[in-house]
Design a protein around this ligand. Structure first.
Ligand SMILES: *Cc1c(COP(=O)(O)O)cnc(C)c1O
Length: 359
C-alpha cells in the first residue's frame, strides 16, 4: 500500500540514545533541555532570531492570534487545511475569505482590499505546499491598512524567499511538525517572530500565562511540548539534509515520468528555494481526477485531495463565492511523496496515471 505520505522514522538506536538521557535526568516536559536544544538548533538551521517550540501547529496558530490580540475579522485563504480557518473561529474572530490566485494557489493579494472593513484586524495566509505567498504585496496592504500578518507555514519548513527563511515574514509565522510533515517531531509546531515583545507574550501564552512561578500576566494555555517529542526532532534534524534532497529528486522522477500527462502544476514563486513538500497536479476536469483516483486506489495507491473541499463551505463560516478556489479544489490531487518512496514506485504511479489518460 502506498499512501500520500508516510512519516520519516530515524534509526531507532539514535532515538534511544536520547531516551536514555531523558531517563537519566528524569525531566520529561516543561521546557526541558532537549526542548531548548531543539529550539536552538532549529533557529540555527532556519536562520531565525526567535522561535518557540509548541505542542502542535494548530495551537501555534491560536497562540499567534492571541498574541497579536486580534479581534473582529481576519482575512484568510479558503485553500488550506481546516486548522487555518478553525483557529480563527476558535479565537472568537470571523474568517473572511479571499479567493486564491489560479497559478500560485495562494491568496490573491489583488482581491484583499475589497474585503477590508473597519472590523478587519489581520491577514492570515498559508504558504500552500510550501510555495511562498506574495509576501511583498501582502505586507504593503497590511501597512496601508494597519493590519497584522500571520503566515501559516505548516508546509514551508526550510523554504527560503530571496535568501531569507520564509518564517521571517509577517508579524508571526507558524508551522507544524506533525508526523506527516516534511520535518516532524511526531506532534509539534512552532511560532517565529522578529519582535522580542511578541516572543515574550507567546512564551507566556504557551505556559498558562505564567510570568513567574507564582505570577500570571494574562490568560494562557498549555502549548508546551515534551522531551520525547523534542528528541524525535533532534534526531530528525540530523537527517533533514537527506530528507530534503530526496524530495527534490523524487519530484524530478515524477516530472520526467509524467512529462506527457496533461496536468498543470502550481507556479512556484520567483526567488524561492522550495522544499518540494508536496507533489500536486491539477487535472483538466474533476472527472479526470476521480478516474485517476479510482485506478490508483484499485492498485492500493492512495493519493489525497489536498485541499478538498474548499474551506468556504465549512458549516461554521459565512458562505462566500470563491470561484477559483472551488475550481482548483475540484481538480487538484497530491501524489504520494515521502522519504521511503522508491523511484520504481513513482514510475509505477506515473504509468498508471498515463494509462488512465490514454484510455
Ligand atoms: C498540518 C497543518 C496545520 C495543523 O498542524 P498540526 O500540527 O497538525 O496541528 C495547520 N495548517 C496547515 C496548512 C497544515 O497543513
Amino acid at each position: 500500500m502506498i499512501n500520500v505520505t508516510k512519516p520519516f522514522l530515524p534509526e531507532f538506536s539514535d532515538y534511544v540514545k536520547y531516551l536514555e538521557s531523558i531517563w537519566e535526568r528524569g525531566w520529561l516536559t516543561n521546557n526541558g533541555p532537549l526542548v531548548n536544544d531543539l529550539e536552538l538548533k532549529l533557529k540555527e538551521f532556519l536562520t531565525l532570531d526567535h522561535l518557540l517550540y509548541l505542542s502542535n501547529g494548530t495551537i501555534a496558530l491560536q497562540i499567534a492570534i492571541k498574541a497579536l490580540d486580534l479581534k473582529g475579522e481576519i482575512i484568510t485563504t479558503p485553500f488550506s487545511y481546516v486548522a487555518t480557518t478553525s483557529s480563527i473561529v476558535w479565537e472568537g474572530c470571523k474568517p473572511v475569505f479571499v479567493d486564491i490566485d489560479k497559478s500560485t494557489l495562494n491568496i490573491d493579494p489583488s482581491k484583499i482590499k475589497e474585503k477590508i472593513t473597519p472590523q478587519t484586524s489581520a491577514i492570515l495566509a498559508t504558504h500552500v505546499y510550501g510555495n511562498p505567498c506574495d509576501v511583498e504585496a501582502i505586507d504593503q496592504i497590511a501597512k496601508e491598512h494597519g493590519l497584522k500578518v500571520i503566515y501559516d507555514g505548516a508546509h514551508s519548513f526550510g523554504v527560503k524567499y530571496k535568501g531569507k527563511s520564509i518564517f521571517e515574514f509577517g508579524d508571526i509565522s507558524t508551522t507544524s511538525f506533525h508526523a506527516t510533515k516534511l520535518f516532524h517531531t511526531i506532534e509539534g509546531g512552532a511560532v517565529a517572530t522578529k519582535d522580542p515583545a511578541i516572543l515574550k507574550k507567546m512564551a507566556s501564552l504557551r505556559n498558562f500565562g505564567h510570568s513567574g512561578p507564582e505570577t500570571f500576566d494574562g490568560v494562557g494555555v498549555n502549548g508546551k511540548n515534551s522531551e520525547f517529542h523534542a528528541a524525535m526532532g533532534l534526531v530528525n534534524l540530523q537527517n533533514i539534509g537527506a530528507i530534503m534532497d530526496s524530495r527534490k529528486k523524487q519530484a524530478q522522477v515524477y516530472d520526467n515520468a509524467l512529462a506527457t500527462l496533461r496536468v498543470q502544476k502550481p507556479q512556484i514563486q520567483r526567488n524561492t528555494d522550495w522544499n518540494y513538500s508536496y507533489y500536486p497536479v491539477i487535472f483538466d476536469t474533476e472527472e479526470q481526477l476521480l478516474k485517476a483516483v479510482e485506478v490508483l486506489n484499485a492498485h492500493w495507491i492512495y493519493p489525497r485531495r489536498y485541499f478538498y473541499p474548499c474551506l468556504g463551505g465549512l458549516p461554521y463560516v459565512d458562505k462566500t463565492e470563491l470561484p477559483v478556489t472551488e475550481d482548483i479544489c475540484a481538480r487538484v490531487l497530491c501524489l504520494p511523496m515521502y522519504y521511503q518512496l522508491k523511484n520504481e514506485d513513482i514510475e509505477y504511479i506515473s504509468r498508471l496515471l498515463l494509462r488512465v489518460q490514454n484510455h
